[in-house]
Design a binder for this molecule. Structure first.
Ligand code: IFM
Length: 774
């Protein structure tokens, strides 16, 4: 099969030898939301002679590690959760004459790598030289299937360049904890590993494993098949070695210039409780096998490529006039789609499935920075991501109760299974805004999709339970003689401040969260028992209304700025412009308390409030906030620059908006934070999409009124993207002074470009409208 390659969708980096291998491992990962495989040296395995950080990551497959505290206080989490780094499915052992890649150091030179984002196929070429100077080219093609999420395919081709000798390939995975040789002191990289056990499931005609975790008591089945029909010569044999380990091997006489191919399809199972995994291993294995039986690498690749094509059809964003931003943005969207859990039991780890940075945990990154892309382009997937929050609501309720609250839900700041996993609670669990972030996302999803069933059966419950949390955690108090609702002792998004009183962003989000509970309580009056199921009385709703109305939002009337939290203004400025570049990110060089003493921001905090609530915020207000916070922000978090791009664009700071955006969109492909080696920055990838859609197209949607107020960077001639609004899909083509709106499918709709109404329907599906930038 030949798949036409469009150059604009290829990640084909040049000068690969000058690039950090660990960076390449991340960039050229392949994944599909269930599994992710780092692009390792294929001969590495667990050989300590090779430097790298390979591995297979399965979304939601984790183990616990005991957290050891010097002083452990009541309620501190006992365990950290860490995503498991499993055996590397890319690994192959190659013997040439008397030389063996498992014991002799074969030098593996990277010649070429190309990731075709249209098909998801990673195509690589290595030049391999043995200690006795035998050289062969090794071509490796691999993909993670989007059409069958349990499937991963890999094909090797061996071409000797200077010898005629016996060659043997052995494909056997006899370890499960993939070793990594990466040394790292960075607290953002997880140092802990899971404890896994690998059991061979014997006599299946193909290598099959049961992998179980020691402490989290999870189990999965893995199996793989060699496709003998594809290349019958040389023959591939299933074998058992002296240690009763099962694999494939093939031995043949290789002539220089000749090419032999070996292809394998892996089926990587779903996660089961350990007892079930052991008890039903055979049953699970046989259904798993259906995915790879009677099929080939080629046909699975084709099926997966078709899903990728559908993805691009609906989700691509075209930027005309800026090829580098264009490529980076496509890479970002590709990675987002590779990272998103689709089984309602998982979400999107902060590093996608490309590393175990941040332990593989889910944060607010999903709801605030990534979900909007999915809501507008793949609403079904967005719903599944929100369902993960619904399925873990009972854990959030349990956490609230154990914490000492009589009602409500307290979602974990970082987690895989719903339970809090932040051992540094000051910048972790105390980020209670996660509760309102989730409620906000539920409302956004509902507003944009109109999915009543989701909202009524699941979404509203999340909103009520999180609103109850605020009612419990906050309290009424008197400030300057006025009754207010205050929320003290929280950490806002900015992690260079901790445990503050009345964080503006948190309070505004909480207010919105509570208001949503109240608004829909009125709407649901008398509807199918929704309110009685939630035990929501009129008195409780009235109290919520009062709290929302009296929410305290710190504000400096002289300067006209929103204040990050009470007392923030009294802190000394850190003068970050005078700090040596080598000291950034500050978190790696300063004691946290030293940072907390200063007026310095790691990332957008109060500015996030301006971005998420554009309606009613005047231009003057936005400009004042921007001018106050931008100079004190280090952007040490990769989530920050895209948000500042949006704020700058809306505040009319065109040049700054473009600068921030170009840096944000390049975060991973250009390794701007110098740590892409530990995994992609998934939140930042989604934030870059928001940069285009919220920042430059300036899309605002409040259900009844969908508007665009475009302000394109001077360098851009045009941007084009599709959005789904309710059941309608609309294509927007935006030039410097004109917007074209095209109804792709669905019902008639009205859109506002600045104040001008543009209406499209099936008889007039395409309209255009000129505009003047304001
Ligand atoms: O959620 C973020 C946080 O805002 C900044 N530190 C890293 C987290 C994971 O990306």
């Amino acid at each position: 099969m030949r798949i036409e390659q469009s150059p604009e969708f290829q990640i084909h980096l040049q000068n690969l030898r000058s690039k950090e291998p660990l960076f390449l491992e991340t960039i050229y990962n392949v994944g599909n939301g269930h599994l992710g495989v780092r692009d390792s040296n294929p001969l590495q395995g667990n050989n300590p002679d090779y430097i790298g950080s390979p591995g297979l990551f399965i979304n939601g497959f984790f183990d616990y590690n005991n957290v050891s505290y010097g002083e452990k206080y009541t309620g501190y989490p006992e365990n950290d959760q860490v995503i498991n780094r499993l055996l590397d499915p890319r690994y192959i052992r190659i013997k040439v004459a008397n030389e063996d890649s498992a014991t002799d150091h074969f030098v593996v030179d990277i010649v070429d790598k190309n990731l075709d984002m249209q098909t998801g196929l990673l195509h690589e070429m290595f030049s391999v030289t043995t200690p006795e100077n035998r050289n062969f080219n090794l071509v490796v093609e691999s993909f993670a299937s989007l059409s069958k999420q349990n499937v991963y395919g890999i094909r090797y081709s061996i071409i000797p360049t200077n010898f005629d000798e016996d060659v043997e390939i052995i494909k056997l995975h006899n370890y499960v904890n993939q070793m990594t040789h990466q040394q790292n002191e960075d607290m953002r990289v997880s140092q802990s590993v899971g404890q896994m056990q690998l059991d061979f499931i014997p006599d299946n005609g193909q290598p099959s494993y049961l992998v179980t975790t020691f402490r989290s008591q999870q189990g999965i089945i893995l199996t793989f098949q060699a496709n003998e029909n594809y290349a019958p010569d040389p023959k591939i044999d299933y074998f058992k070695d002296d240690n009763n380990q099962y694999g494939y091997r093939s031995k043949y006489f290789a002539k220089r210039g000749s090419q032999k191919n070996f292809e394998f399809l892996f089926a990587i199972g779903n996660i089961h409780p350990l007892v079930n995994a052991r008890m039903y291993a055979d049953q699970y294995l046989s259904s798993l096998n259906n995915y790879i039986r009677d099929t080939t690498f080629e046909s699975e690749l084709l099926a997966s490529a078709q899903v990728w094509q559908t993805f691009w059809l609906h989700s691509d964003v075209q930027i005309d006039g800026d090829p580098q931003s264009q490529l980076c943005l496509r890479f970002n969207l590709f990675e987002l789609n590779q990272s998103a859990g689709r089984d309602e039991k998982t979400s999107i780890p902060a590093k996608g499935l490309t590393g175990n940075g941040y332990g593989g945990h889910f944060f607010w990154d999903t709801e605030i920075f990534m979900l909007p892309f999915f809501i507008y382009t793949q609403p079904d997937l967005a719903r599944k991501l929100l369902m993960f929050r619904y399925h873990t609501l009972h854990v959030a309720q349990q956490q609230a109760s154990e914490f000492g609250l009589s009602k409500g839900a307290m979602y974990a700041w970082r987690t895989i299974n719903g339970y809090e996993s932040s051992s540094y609670w000051l910048a972790g669990m105390a980020q209670f805004h996660i509760n309102a972030d989730i409620a906000f996302a539920v409302d956004q999803y509902y507003t944009i999709t109109g999915d009543e069933a989701f909202f009524q059966n699941y979404g509203y419950e999340i909103i009520v339970e999180t609103a109850r949390f605020w009612m419990q955690y906050g309290n009424f108090a008197t400030i300057n003689g006025k009754k207010q609702f205050v929320i003290n002792r929280v950490t806002g998004p900015d992690e260079y401040s901790a445990l503050v009183n009345n964080n503006y962003f948190t309070n505004l989000m909480a207010q919105y969260n509570i208001r949503l509970a109240v608004k829909y309580a009125h709407a649901f009056k008398g509807v199918d028992d929704v309110l009685s199921h939630l035990n929501l009385s009129e008195a409780e709703v009235t109290k919520m209304q009062e709290a929302a109305d009296l929410m305290y939002l710190p504000y400096n009337k002289e300067k006209n700025v929103k204040i990050q939290y009470q007392g923030f203004e009294q802190l000394p400025d850190m003068h970050i412009d005078q700090i040596d570049q080598s000291q950034f990110p500050l978190l790696l060089h300063y004691h946290p308390l030293m940072l907390y003493r200063y007026r310095v921001n790691k990332q957008a905090d109060t500015i996030m409030a301006d971005i998420l609530f554009p309606k009613g915020n005047t231009l003057e207000q936005l400009q004042a906030d921007y001018d106050f916070y931008e100079p004190i922000t280090t952007h040490d978090s990769s989530l920050s620059k895209a948000m500042y791009a949006i704020a700058a664009s809306r505040a009319g700071r065109k040049k700054q908006a473009y600068n921030f955006f170009t840096q944000a969109v390049r975060t991973d492909l250009m390794d701007l934070h110098h740590n892409t080696q530990n995994g992609i920055h998934a939140g930042s990838l989604g934030a870059a999409w928001e940069g285009v859609v919220y920042g430059f197209a300036r899309v605002v949607n409040n259900a009844k009124h969908f508007s665009l107020e475009p302000k394109l960077p001077a360098a851009w001639n045009m941007i084009r993207f599709k959005l789904r609004l309710r059941r309608t899909e609309v294509l927007f083509t935006i030039y410097q002074n004109e917007v074209q709106v095209e109804l792709m499918h669905g019902k008639a709709c009205e859109i506002y470009v600045y104040d001008k109404k543009v209406a499209v329907d099936s008889s007039h599906p395409k309209e255009s409208c000129r505009y003047e930038v304001r």
